[in-house]
Design a protein around this ligand. Structure first.
Ligand code: G6P
Length: 642
């Protein structure tokens, strides 16, 4: 998905570019590169396969970092062309005077490349992005300005892009534009920035201008000029960003993921305090009128990845607290199935980044069909927020680890809050008993951050055991592997199966899906989440002593059914970890591999508390297997391609 960053000012550009890129690495990290106009206005490019720190190390080792006060940087998530040095950005034109960085996909690059080659342009990479460098070169010859050349270049391109350009003949100036890939300008004192996301500019400035689709921005050290697709000047003042740079640092934690796990109770507490009012829950930012919401007859939640799992939990939440029926879709599927969405529908898009291409496409489809569209987003000023009719912020602060944790529980908190708002204020119950029930639940919701803190405080004390249990799992698994390989090939049966199964019921079925996703993302071990009742319809065939089965068995109306499932797995030698309610001594008599106790809550709110052990299981297993944790292979935090 790639991160782009640019600096123009009075300071040495290279350290600023490298730091900015390292903040954007969540967007991709298979190669990194910089282009700097040095002090004699010569363009110098350094790029390399691997992470930003490898690029930095190589500049250090070869003492060949360019010195100049303007430059561009890029960190790549490969779409077209393998991750290697030559496919790394920035890309140059034939004259090597123009450098281009690009995030997105140029869908018609093959035909553009063929045409440019026929005109004599020489290509050095297999990327789609390089066509932009040659198009700018071609049009610069005609127009004489990078701005006009870039405008003509992107007019030829189909797809999504955020592009930054520097040119030896326009020293001291960065030109950039975007369509459907994010781009912000950071406005500093005698220095300006472009970046894919505000987290990259926070240590320099908290004043940011979001660039809209089709706009072109030209910046030097002292000013930025914006113009619309029609060429007219656009005046847009910077917005003050609430996030601060400390939030984007590890603050002593071994990994961002762990730090973000620990931030969760505080975030949820803050969200509740912000929204709680006498009549229920209110949102300053919602923008959609109560009278419009009152016309809603059905709700559709649309999201990807972890946000989709939050949406699945959201269905249970909304159907419990409001009279509405809810459907949930993966964004990538929503618009292909002729969804029955119209003026009577509320479509809720959930997205941490607010930039996910499929979710954005779903939003546009829902708007086209007349629905009222509400975005639940974490990144302020993101495209999804801007295009939706209304927004609920999750206020989780910058989430740096690629595997989402705090954004997920903050999304859940937003959904509970919305459900209370709808259930108490938009569709107030006629029956006073029901109203009192909802207020009782609201009172319990306020206590959930406390339960989350309590769990984490106990985890802190017990942390060494988590490591020990994962080491024991690793040992057992490797022992069975050894046994397998020691057996003569002709006598071997099935190879041992390192596999995690997560089982949950009702509102914790999506928790099981999310637990499995976390493990897959960072530990690279196959993991599946199932509705526990489905186990007998297939997954039970996988059970023997190897797979690690995580059973969510907290107090709930389905608890006893879960215990029956546990017995069935135990009867087949399964290695069971049960997540149970604190104080449940009965389950401990079952003699399972591991018990994780969570504070008692009603089932409705249990996903918030259960998320913590599920995240920590993935974290500790990944740690035991010495994986990267914050930057898992092949993934990117913000998926801006479909
Ligand atoms: C990527 C990330 C996931 C995230 C998903 C949706 O796959 O790696 O962590 O859940 O995108 O992203 P969004 O920003 O829309 O929530």
């Amino acid at each position: 998905m790639c991160g782009i960053f640019g600096y123009v000012g009075q300071k040495d550009a290279v350290p600023i570019l490298l730091k900015g890129l390292s903040r954007l690495e969540y967007r991709g990290y298979d190669s990194a590169g910089i282009a700097v106009l040095d002090n004699s206005a010569h363009l110098i490019v350094r790029k390399k396969k691997g992470k930003v720190k490898e690029l930095a190390a190589s500049l250090n080792q070869h003492r060949n970092a360019p010195h100049g006060t303007i430059g561009l940087g890029h960190t790549r998530w490969a779409t077209h062309g393998a991750p290697n040095d030559s496919n790394a950005h920035p890309h140059l034109d034939c004259s090597e005077k123009i450098a281009v960085i690009h995030n997105g996909i140029i869908e018609n690059y093959v035909e553009l490349k063929e045409a440019l080659k026929a005109e004599g342009h020489q290509f050095r990479s297999n990327t789609d992005s390089e066509v932009l460098a040659h198009l700018v070169e071609k049009f610069y010859k005609k127009t004489g300005t990078v701005k006009e050349a870039l405008k003509l270049a992107v007019a030829k391109a189909r797809g999504s892009y955020a592009v930054g350009v520097i040119h030896e003949d326009e020293p001291g100036r960065i030109t950039a534009t975007r369509v459907d890939s994010p781009l912000v300008v950071g406005v500093g004192k005698h220095e300006n920035f472009i970046a894919s996301d505000v987290s990259a500019i926070l240590e320099h400035t908290r004043e940011a201008v979001a660039i809209e689709n089709g706009e072109i921005v030209v910046l030097d050290g002292d000013s930025y000029q914006l113009s619309g697709a029609n060429g007219r000047v656009v005046k847009r003042a910077p917005r003050h960003v609430q996030w601060n740079v400390e939030e984007a640092e590890k603050q002593g934690y071994a990994h961002f993921m762990l730090k973000e796990i620990f931030e969760q109770p505080g975030i949820i507490e803050g969200l509740i305090q912000k929204r709680l009012c006498k009549t229920g829950m209110r949102f300053e930012e919602l923008k959609i009128k109560k009278s419009r919401l009152a016309q809603v007859k059905n709700v559709h939640i649309v999201a990807c990845g972890t946000s989709y799992h939050a949406g699945l939990v959201g269905k249970y939440i909304l159907e419990t607290l409001t009279p509405l029926t809810v459907s949930v879709d993966n964004s990538s599927e929503f618009r292909y199935r002729d969804p029955k969405v119209d003026r009577s529908s509320l479509v809720i898009l959930i997205s941490q980044s607010g930039e996910t291409a499929d979710t954005l496409a779903a939003l546009r489809e829902a708007k086209k069909r007349g629905a009222v569209v509400l975005a639940i987003v974490n990144v302020l000023g993101s495209t999804i927020e801007r295009e939706a009719d209304g927004v609920i912020y999750t206020y989780a602060g910058p989430e740096i680890a690629v595997a989402s944790t705090k954004a997920y529980t903050a999304q859940l908190a937003a959904l509970y809050s919305l459900a209370f708002h709808l259930g108490l204020e938009v569709f107030p119950p006629k029956n006073p008993k029901r109203k009192a029930e909802l207020f009782d639940l609201l009172a319990e919701f306020k206590k959930i951050p406390g339960a989350m803190s309590e769990f984490l405080a106990e985890y802190r004390i017990d942390r060494a055991n988590w490591d020990a249990n994962c080491a024991e799992y690793n040992r057992r698994y490797h022992k069975s592997l050894e046994r397998y390989f020691k057996t003569a090939p002709a006598k071997r049966k099935r190879a041992p199966n390192a596999f995690f199964m997560y089982l949950g019921r009702n509102i914790n079925y999506p928790s099981a899906l999310e637990g499995a996703l976390k493990l897959k993302e960072i530990a690279y071990i196959s993991a599946e989440g199932y509705a526990a009742g489905e186990m007998k319809h297939g997954p039970i065939a996988l059970i023997d002593e190897n797979p690690w089965v995580v059973c969510i068995a907290v107090d709930s109306p389905t608890y006893e059914k879960m215990i029956s499932n546990i017995e069935e797995i135990k009867a087949r030698s399964g290695l069971i970890t049960a997540i149970v309610t604190k104080g449940n001594e009965a389950v401990k008599k079952l003699g399972l591999y591991l018990y994780i106790e969570v504070p008692k809550t009603s089932e409705l709110f249990s996903p918030l508390v259960i998320a913590l052990p599920l995240q920590l299981i993935a974290y500790h297993v990944a740690k035991e297997f010495k994986e990267e944790i914050d930057q898992p292979r092949n993934l990117a935090k913000s998926v801006t391609v479909e």
